[in-house]
Design a protein around this ligand. Structure first.
Ligand SMILES: [Fe+2]
Ligand SMILES: [Fe+2]
Length: 256
């Protein structure tokens, strides 16, 4: 781990502290207190899934902030845990009085279970959260805003996405420095775990996807295609971060 990485992480941390001091803190409250929007069932369903994601991430970041070796990374993760709790509180507020907890349709429930059961280097959980789950959530925030008509949801989502972009940036800085410290065998084990986590979550997609009028086989086929397509995207990211570096061909062949 280099001094440059430490400096980069301290900069990110400072941006986080600045964001907490600037007007958004009061506008958080303002958004949550906006008058009730016309009922938008889609926004409610999506907010329920996002709420689950915030809770899973908050808990994992609290644990990670005690596990990673670099002090500045621990500080970033502790701040992130606070921010995720704040996001969760806002979604809860948005959902007040409406039943939206996804329960058995929670897309990230399998991820939460796998993360809780993981025994091994913390980089596995960092990759799951800071590359795949938060990367996907950030991309999906944008889609969700386009598909919903609720201005309160859109404002909430935009405000939250600003913090999420910083969380993804943390992964992009920390992981390329941390992954080379692991052996190829450890990285291979992590890759197989991440792949399992992704496809376990995506098995729930046909249950969770709120498409009126699309069900049965067409919905399942769409979900399978989409899951494979997005996995190929994340695989490219994992490669760029150095997850496959130094692996011999035989090992790499076992990864696809
Ligand atoms: Fe969040
Ligand atoms: Fe986040």
């Amino acid at each position: 781990m280099t001094d440059r990485l430490d400096g980069d992480l301290r900069d990110l941390l400072e941006k986080g502290h600045q964001a907490a001091r600037r007007p958004p803190v009061s506008s958080w409250q303002a958004i949550a207190d906006w008058p009730e929007a016309p009922d938008d069932r889609l926004a409610v369903i999506l907010a329920g899934q996002f709420l689950l994601g915030e809770e899973v991430t908050a808990q994992a970041c609290r644990n990670l902030s005690r596990q990673v070796p670099l002090a500045s990374a621990r500080d970033c993760l502790a701040l992130q845990a606070e921010e995720e709790q704040r996001h969760a509180a806002l979604y809860r507020r948005f959902l007040q009085g409406r039943s939206a907890w996804p329960g058995s349709q929670g897309l990230l429930t399998p991820a939460a279970e796998r993360i809780a059961a993981w025994q091994g280097p913390p980089e596995a959980v960092l990759l799951a959260l800071h590359v795949i789950i938060e990367g996907e959530a950030l991309a999906f925030q944008e889609t969700a805003r386009r598909f919903t008509t609720c201005p309160r949801f859109a404002a909430l989502s935009r405000a939250i996405a600003r913090d999420e972009a910083r969380h993804v940036a943390f992964g992009q800085r920390y992981l390329p420095a941390a992954l080379p410290q692991l052996t190829p065998a450890e990285r291979q084990r992590i890759y197989i775990w991440l792949r399992g986590l992704w496809f376990d979550c995506m098995e729930r997609l046909p249950l969770a996807a709120p498409f009126p009028g699309v069900r049965g086989v067409p919905l399942r086929l769409w979900a399978q295609r989409w899951a494979r397509h997005r996995w190929a995207h994340w695989q490219t990211h994992l490669r760029a971060l150095g997850l496959f570096d130094g692996m011999d061909r035989k090992m790499q062949a076992g990864l696809e």
